[in-house]
Design a protein. Sequence first.
Length: 270
Amino acid sequence: MSTSISSLPVLRGRGGAVLSVEDIGLVLDLPREQVTFTPDGLGRIRAEGRSVLIELRAKAGATPRVHRIDDVDEAAAAAFADGVNAILANRTDSDDVDGAPFAVVRSLAPTWRTRFHRRILRGTLWHLLALVVLCVVAGSLGRWDLLLLTVAIGGFAWLGLWMGLYGVIRARRERWLYRHGVMVAATRATMSRGAYIYPDATGTYRGFLHGEAGPTVTVAHPPEDPADVLVPASPFTHLVNTYAGAVLVFCCSAMIVLHGVMAVNFLLDG
């Protein structure tokens, strides 16, 4: 399909929406999400003036799902619809197909996991910067004992603290999702390597990337935001993150306080 319709125009519509053709089918880019339509799920494309409606295939008696893009060039919309429909007319498989799983929505908004990783990274870098500054000060004063202490104790405490925080905070998020979130099975998609899809409460199929974890994985998301998905760790990993992470946070925090006190004493003595 991609070779046959690769010459079709790119439609640009209201609010920065873009409908284009890629190797995997049609792609509708919206401000906060991206919808990918693989050929097996497409019913027909309708051009209605300056609007293009993407109608999915549906089981007999069911109402087809429709996506749309508005305020596009009218001539380009007609050419786009005619070209895609001409290709779809040559399809020989059964018409009794549910096209919903072939229209995958991927959120472009930052998820909890993305925000969490960013916060952990920022904290790690600021902590590391403080250790580097202390090493520079110790070296400039000729306090090589403090420099070695900072590299040894400070470096170990820096690494252990952020590993522990990562495990504890992630485990806490997983516990919350187990109690209050929605658990659903996600299946491996064929559109790209490591891609999985899962249905939300409205029947819309959403996609995310998780590497090669098997044909199905269990995912969890908050009830109010089905796009904010997280793949919970195994029970053993969750247990390790919770308790080993808490031990690391406690011990490394104590080491950081001890290192700070010792650094002040070294500098005052100097």
